[in-house]
Design a protein around this ligand. Structure first.
Ligand code: CA
Length: 247
């Protein structure tokens, strides 16, 4: 079922083959069921500073590093970027609101999928624009023995966040692999844009209120409307397809 999509990807990018060796996972809205809390925390923070900001906007900004979200809201509201002090204050406030909203759960089926992938001899990497230490530090509680530090790219590793390809290019560099040996799992339009710009095969899972059409329009190779659960059940088919592709 996935073979034609993989072939199309190889031809489009002029790659010699597709030989899956690693899976790059986005964090929020993919591995963690965190987007509702992030959105609420952003809205509370911005509105307390008289900066108009909606839940929808939070989802559309998903994947950006915090200071990009802050600066674009400042530009729109005050006609200038936020100062470094303002950025720091706002991000701290957002972090406080996020933590006050309570413990975030892992996305159903995510742990099972990560372990399945590991058992298949593939390597899992985490590629996120997040700088939320409370979430990053607890990844080992959510997903034991899956993401050692050298398998993680976070807001602290990049100058430019998604939609720039930099986070995924950094992950590629860290893995030492070729772009035709990777599949990316993303849920947000800007994340898909980043991954596609890095030349990587991208599966978008729809886990929020975004219209799946938006994910396709950003260039996702496969869009699964049923989120992580659908990905979990279709993974073996995808993996088998990747092994059977002949050029
Ligand atoms: Ca995400």
């Amino acid at each position: 079922m996935f073979v034609p999509k993989i072939k199309k990807f190889i031809q489009y990018n002029n790659y010699p083959e597709f030989q899956l060796k690693a899976v790059f996972f986005d964090m929020d809205g993919v591995l963690l069921d965190s987007m509702e809390n992030h959105s609420l925390a952003w809205v509370k923070t911005m509105n307390s500073l008289d900066i108009p900001f909606t839940i929808e906007e939070a989802y559309l900004n998903e994947g950006r590093v915090g200071h990009d979200t802050i600066n674009s809201s400042y530009m729109r509201t005050f006609g200038r970027k936020a100062t470094l002090e303002e950025q720091e204050y706002i991000y701290e406030t957002k972090t406080r609101h996020l933590e006050a909203l309570g413990r975030i759960m892992s996305m159903p089926y995510s742990n099972q999928l990560l372990h399945k992938i590991k058992m298949q001899g593939l390597t899992n990497y985490l590629v996120t624009g997040s700088g939320q230490s409370s979430l990053l530090d607890s990844l080992d509680d959510y997903f034991p023995n899956i993401f050692p530090k050298e398998k993680m790219i976070t807001a602290f590793d990049v100058k430019r966040g998604k939609p720039s390809p930099e986070p995924y290019l950094k992950a590629l560099e860290k893995s030492g692999l070729n772009p035709w040996e990777i599949v990316v799992i993303e849920n947000a339009p800007l994340g898909v844009e980043s991954s596609v710009a890095a030349g990587l095969f991208t599966i978008a899972i729809n886990t929020g209120p975004i219209d799946p059409e938006v994910l396709s329009s950003k260039g996702a190779n496969i869009v699964l409307k049923g989120g992580m659960e659908e990905l979990y059940y279709k993974w073996d088919d995808f993996y088998a397809s990747s092994l059977s592709v002949k050029i």
